[in-house]
Design a protein around this ligand. Structure first.
Ligand SMILES: Cc1cc2nc3c(=O)[nH]c(=O)nc-3n(C[C@H](O)[C@H](O)[C@H](O)COP(=O)(O)OP(=O)(O)OC[C@H]3O[C@@H](n4cnc5c(N)ncnc54)[C@H](O)[C@@H]3O)c2cc1C
Length: 401
């Protein structure tokens, strides 16, 4: 097949899609606005059916080798005393800390390494204009480059540029879940050994986990807030916002705030979902967070993106490149899976960073009680029913590579 497909976004969904497109004989180009692969992000989880997609990608060993290997997470007091611990192997590997938990930047690198030899990567550029006609799409890039493609896929995240260009302003599709999140690398000064600790105050939560064989740690700050007006590209303003929200906080938080300024990979964003009536228009379709972000509170953004990439590429192959048929089938297959995972994100938003001390106490009690329940795996499976809520189609017979 000589179909040329442009993908905007080179994080998780974009490279995963490029992998499958190559497998099915399509040619993919990825344009990523960052000058190189973006580092940063907390550990993201690959759960349930997404593990099977990674296995089919042939990347199971590479992904597992890059995993965080975190034993579990402990709730601590302001004096660093551990009051409750949840081990990662408790719920058949699909629990709070999943068996496959990997730093977002490391997963992105695994996918990049697997695709770089057969995918064209354009770093430090972005799509500025799209003009569709009967035969294809003319694309104008910010760099001045002009190219033609058969199809364009927006895999460029919560603040997707392709979505804005083709479907209209973000405000029409975004649902704020009432929380903000920040992550950044810090020294492992607590000497954590493959473990994570979390501390809560009313309306705000902090955590630290060791990463990269305990050589470093990842700090995490999250707070409740209604939608705030800020420029999501102005990193200094974001740091100031985090600092003001954590003023007067205890535990390691004052230290985390001092580390924030020098961190190489500071990340801040709202916990939001994307809700759209349709994920495609003509020759343009959306994938991953750009189409249907379930929010980090669902713990399923990465899994939804990986499964979506597999289904989108598979349906394009099954339809012989007919995008009208393929986009419709992709959406029909993915909608129920997305709906249940978005619901999980909204439920978690209600209980995350509790507003009062009672809520924090209830959370600690849950961490103490859950591992002791005789039917804990069943319970967790019910709580995480979204992770397997799709029957994975088999496209193996369509592979050309
Ligand atoms: C730096 C970073 C850190 C993250 N940290 C976490 C985390 O700790 N926990 C969590 O649950 N989720 C995190 N996420 C989100 C998580 O990666 C996604 O929810 C999930 O993996 C789905 O991935 P995605 O590829 O659809 O979107 P994303 O991972 O958001 O990737 C979008 C990509 O598109 C690029 N991009 C954006 N706009 C344009 C444009 N106009 N043109 C070209 N490229 C563009 C971005 O630079 C990024 O590389 C993070 C995302 C990023 C980018």
């Amino acid at each position: 097949m000589n179909t040329q497909i442009l993908i905007s976004g080179g994080s998780i969904a974009g490279p995963a899609l490029a992998h499958w497109l190559h497998r099915f004989g399509f040619r993919a180009t990825i344009v990523e606005r960052s000058p190189g692969l973006r580092p940063g992000g907390q550990a993201v989880d690959i759960r349930g059916i997404a593990k099977e997609v990674v296995r089919r990608m042939g990347l199971d060993a590479a992904v597992r080798a890059a995993c965080t290997d975190t034993d579990g997470i402990s709730v601590v007091t302001r004096n660093n005393r551990r009051v409750a611990t949840m081990r990662s192997d408790l719920f058949d590997g699909d629990g709070l800390i999943a068996e496959i938990e990997i730093l977002r930047g490391d997963l992105s690198e695994v996918f990049y390494e697997a695709t770089k030899d057969n995918t064209e990567y354009l770093f430090g550029d972005r799509i500025e204009s799209l003009s569709e006609d009967a035969d294809g799409v003319s694309v104008g890039f910010a760099s001045g480059l002009e190219r033609r493609f058969d199809l364009v896929i927006g895999a460029d995240g919560l603040h997707s540029g392709v979505r804005s260009l083709v479907f209209g302003p973000e405000l029409d599709y975004i649902r704020h879940l009432g929380h903000y999140l920040s992550f950044f690398t810090v020294p492992n000064r607590l000497g954590l050994d493959r473990s994570a600790v979390g501390y809560g105050e009313p309306g705000r939560t902090a955590g630290i986990r060791s990463i990269h064989e305990n050589r470093e740690a990842m700090g995490f700050l999250s707070f409740r807030a209604e939608q705030l007006a800020y420029d999501y590209r102005d990193v200094d303003a974001q740091r100031a916002l985090v600092r003001s929200r954590f003023a007067g906080a205890a535990w390691e938080i004052p230290w985390l705030l001092t580390q924030m300024d020098s961190a190489p990979d500071f990340f801040f964003d709202s916990c939001s979902q994307i809700e759209m009536d349709s994920w495609s228009a003509g020759r343009v379709a959306l994938l991953g967070d750009a189409a249907c972000c379930p929010s980090p509170l669902s713990g399923q953004g990465t899994s939804v993106a990986i499964v979506g990439a597999y289904v989108l590429a598979g349906e394009l192959a099954a339809a012989g490149g007919d995008h009208v048929v393929a986009f419709a089938r992709y959406e029909a297959a993915m909608r129920p899976f997305v709906a249940v995972n978005q619901k999980m994100g909204r439920s978690n938003a209600a209980v995350s960073s509790p507003r009062g001390r009672l809520g924090i106490l209830a959370q600690v009690m849950a961490v103490i009680v859950l591992p002791r329940l005789p039917f804990k795996s069943l319970l967790m499976r019910a709580m995480l029913r979204g992770v397997n809520a799709i029957e994975l189609p088999d496209y193996a017979h369509l592979a050309t590579h």
